[in-house]
Design a protein around this ligand. Sequence first.
Ligand code: SF4
Length: 134
Amino acid sequence: MYKLVPSVCSYCGTGCGVLFKVLDGRLLGTLPLKSHPLNQGKLCIKGWNLHEYVNSSMRLHSPRLRINGRLHKVTWDRALHFTSEKLKAVIAQHGPDSVGVLASAKVTNEENYLLQKFARTVVGTNNVDHCARL
Ligand code: SF4
């Protein structure tokens, strides 16, 4: 079944309206949403290619851990345990402001909100930045 799914471009804070072209549950392409009050049917080059990373063969679907110089596929539990132990060690030795958190435009606003909340309340730092600000 072919359908057009309205959404919002996640590449920057402008928030242009898009229509995703979906065939049998597979994302095929991106169109500008003409009725959106902000972009009024226009997209920049990033927005036109918004769908590409979803189906990219280079996209990682599981975490990697560098062991003896080589990246190995690991479970989320192992990756999160490893990361939390390293973060705790760095914070204990150098303080919370030795940690910085970089968020991504390729996740939702809600996920970015949670990330800054994690930085401020769990890690204890205001060192938070986001690629959409660049
Ligand atoms: S990246 Fe381009 S299309 Fe996407 S929200 Fe920003 S200006 Fe709009």
